[in-house]
Design a protein around this ligand. Structure first.
Ligand code: ADP
Ligand code: MG
Length: 163
């Protein structure tokens, strides 16, 4: 079931935003929410990728990590996008209190930063995990698919070079 993309090298932020736009264009059109975990150290570009995807989906307002609370929701023309940043998560109770199940039905896409800080249950399972790391020049991104829709998505955006 698991499928990994080759490493994608992104020399600068515009390249990252371009990848994000391609990722947004390749999202499945089904009503089921598509869940992406974003993993990588602080400052690698998880929020940048989120911003790029949201821009491509038509969000015009500011996109930054939620400072108050851990969750932000955006209404895009194709459905709601939920952005979670668990960096400041202190306990599993706090995650429960967010009431994530209430966000699930009408959402099209979930982008979750620091999913590894949520222990046990509590997060919707990932269709794909995007790993971001600092490279000699810029960033290195690798995508891991965990479901069938995730595989289709990784295949689609890795094949389409978008140039
Ligand atoms: P995170 O959410 O992972 O903590 P941010 O997206 O907030 O990281 O910040 C990432 C920083 O790295 C920003 O300053 C952004 O401009 C920069 N950045 C993003 N992508 C690249 C890239 N491909 N090459 C170099 N710098 C990048
Ligand atoms: Mg961030």
């Amino acid at each position: 079931m698991s499928l990994e993309s080759p490493d994608i090298l992104l020399p600068d932020e515009p390249a990252m935003l371009q990848l994000a736009a391609r990722m947004a264009q390749c999202l499945p059109t089904s009503r089921q929410p598509f869940v992406i975990y974003l993993q990588g150290d602080l400052g690698t570009g998880k929020t940048t990728l989120t911003r790029g995807m949201l821009r491509a989906l038509g969000e015009r307002g500011a996109v930054r990590s939620p400072t108050y609370g851990l969750i932000a929701q955006y209404g895009t023309p194709d459905g709601a996008v939920v952005h979670l940043d668990l960096y400041r998560l202190r306990s599993p109770v706090e995650l429960q209190q967010l009431g994530l199940v209430d966000y699930l039905p009408d959402s099209r896409l979930w982008l979750i930063e620091w999913p590894e800080l949520a222990t046990g249950e509590g997060l919707p399972p990932a269709d794909a995990v995007v790993h971001i790391a600092v490279a000699a020049q810029g960033r290195r991104v690798r995508c891991e698919a965990r479901t069938e829709p995730g595989r289709a998505w990784v295949r689609a955006h890795s094949a389409d070079t978008g140039s």
